[in-house]
Ligand binder design. Structure first.
Ligand code: NAD
Length: 488
């Protein structure tokens, strides 16, 4: 405890010294972080493999995506003309920890612009005056991250906090120990280790950190711990950002055309199993589909699963025994097990659960009431696809709603009548990768949006600065009021 308090004090002193506010400090730290990502990308892949069995290509794409133009061109050709060729993701020199490199590059490029005060116009009565909105750092920020994207979800908010000129305390999740160790050992070698500190530990360390006073807490994790974080923050009136999860539905209309159906199903399989085997906050949690299209959809999903996963090599494993048992228990109950139409096998030794599809499990079963966060996909049938809207509205607001449809009326109704952190039409997951879009939840899926410039805003206070002159003075501002007569 004493060591922790001393470390927090040191970070506070670094912030109070004023150095984190300067453009040059922020730039130096961001550049060092970029160097870390380039120089240590192999260590990052090893840590992600150890923690989650993540394939290097998956890690490249998810915690990492800054594809050079020639790769993007190849991918475009491949998708437009159905060329079949392989890209060797292991070739040296590629910036493989790229979603982060993309974020650092954007921050380095735009930082001066983000930091610049914004001139504000004032009404005539204010003449002569000027006004600006000046972004200032919040102070010392505490970041809690989760285990499913243990590098990305630690460093993405760190980039935002540093860009905004804060000092930072980072606590990665203890459930991804190799990644947490990597961050603990490597960050002090690259960044200002008095102003940016990493601490390792679980619940006990988390609780001790929450006893301290912070200027902002950025939390990625479960609603249960989010409540603990918010309660502790209330003691010091500390603002919080809560990046939570929930059940993200995919509304799937009976898409017309063979190619469109193929693309839709690939994207659904991608959004369910290709990112960390469904252990992602923005994974498709369940599908809503019309009864008459359900059998076709199941067959298409099965065929795509066979194509994408000829064996288990391309699937991440379940993070630990506790989550393995939690997930296996969801499909143990006979009323749920009887609805399995694909998969269902489990391998305790390898902590592996086969991609599993269930058709119409009971709506009051645990698989349909809690966030699944794993490779199980319930499909719920509705009489009419428009009934999906009422189904979603009757439940907590999701982090994202996916909708696959060519029906413009349905698209408009979903947009107008449902609420979610984000809405993605005809794709999955990609909304996370585009940093011109803010990322975050609403209602039960959390609050506070980040990525790109939104991260800078998340960790800044937008201070209005009004500069007046002594020239004009209106006496009607002051009493005694009875001396005044209104002109009407
Ligand atoms: P969690 O809430 O168990 O843990 C999150 C963090 O809080 C970890 O660092 C953990 O060590 C810490 N913690 C745990 N108990 C604590 C306590 N009592 N006091 C203080 N700190 C404590 O969540 P998790 O299992 O790591 O993550 C899974 C959840 O996170 C899912 O619900 C998922 O949807 C959500 N998630 C959301 C996003 C997003 O960006 N919105 C991303 C990933 C995961």
């Amino acid at each position: 405890m004493e060591k922790l308090e001393a470390a927090v004090k040191e970070v506070r002193e670094a912030y109070e010294s004023g150095r984190t506010r300067s453009l040059s400090w922020r730039r130096t730290q961001l550049a060092a972080l970029r160097r870390l990502l380039y120089e240590r990308e192999d260590d990052i892949f090893i840590a992600l493999k150890e923690d989650l069995g993540k394939h290097q290509a998956e890690a490249y794409r998810d915690e990492a995506f800054d594809a050079p133009c020639w790769i993007l061109l190849c991918l475009l050709m491949r998708s437009l003309f159905d060329f079949d060729f392989d890209i060797d993701f292991s070739c040296s020199g590629l910036p493989q920890v790229g979603i982060l490199i993309k974020s650092v590059n954007l921050a380095l490029e735009d930082l001066k612009k983000w930091m610049a005060p914004v001139k504000i116009s004032l009404p005539l009565i204010a003449f002569p005056s000027t006004a600006e909105i000046v972004p200032e750092p919040l102070g010392v920020v505490l970041i809690f991250s989760s285990w499913n994207f243990p590098i990305g979800l630690s460093l993405e908010p760190l980039i935002g906090a540093i860009s905004a000129g804060n000092a930072v305390f980072l606590k990665p999740s203890e459930l991804a120990p190799s990644s947490a160790n990597f961050l603990l050992n490597i960050i002090p070698k690259y960044l200002d280790n008095k102003a940016v500190k990493v601490i390792q530990g679980g619940q006990e360390v988390g609780e001790k950190l929450l006893d301290q006073k912070w200027d902002k807490i950025f939390f990625t994790g479960s609603p249960h711990v989010a409540r603990i974080v918010m309660t502790a923050a209330a003691k010091h009136l500390t603002p919080v950002a809560l990046e939570l999860g929930g059940k993200c539905p995919a509304i799937v209309d009976s898409i017309a055309g063979e190619r469109n159906r193929k693309v839709a199903v690939q994207r659904i399989v991608g959004g369910k199993w290709v990112s960390c085997s469904g252990q992602a906050c923005i994974s498709v949690d369940y599908i809503l589909v019309e009864e008459k299209f359900a059998p076709t959809l199941v067959e298409l999903l099965k065929a795509t699963l066979r194509k994408f996963f000829p064996n288990s090599d391309f699937l991440s494993r379940i993070i630990n025994e506790q989550h393995f048992h939690r997930l296996s228990n969801l499909i143990k109950d006979p009323s749920v097990a009887n609805t399995i139409v694909h998969g269902g096998s489990i391998d305790y030794e390898k902590l592996f659960i086969e991609p599993t599809i269930l058709l119409d499990p009971p709506l009051d079963s645990e698989i349909m009431t809690g966030e699944i966060f794993g490779p199980l996909l319930p499909i719920i049938t509705v009489k009419n696809i428009e009934d999906s809207i009422a189904f979603i509205r009757a439940r907590p607001k999701p982090l994202v709603i996916y909708a696959f449809t060519q029906n413009n009326k349905l698209k408009s109704r979903i947009e107008a009548e449902t609420s979610s952190g984000s809405l993605t039409i005809n794709d999955t997951m990609t909304q996370f990768a585009f940093d011109t879009l803010p990322f975050g939840g609403v209602g039960a899926s959390g609050f506070g949006q980040y990525h790109g410039k939104f991260s800078f805003d998340m960790f800044s206070h937008k201070k209005p600065v009004l500069r007046r002159s002594f020239l004009m003075e209106y006496s009607f501002r002051y009493p005694a009021w009875h001396e005044w007569k209104l002109p009407f």
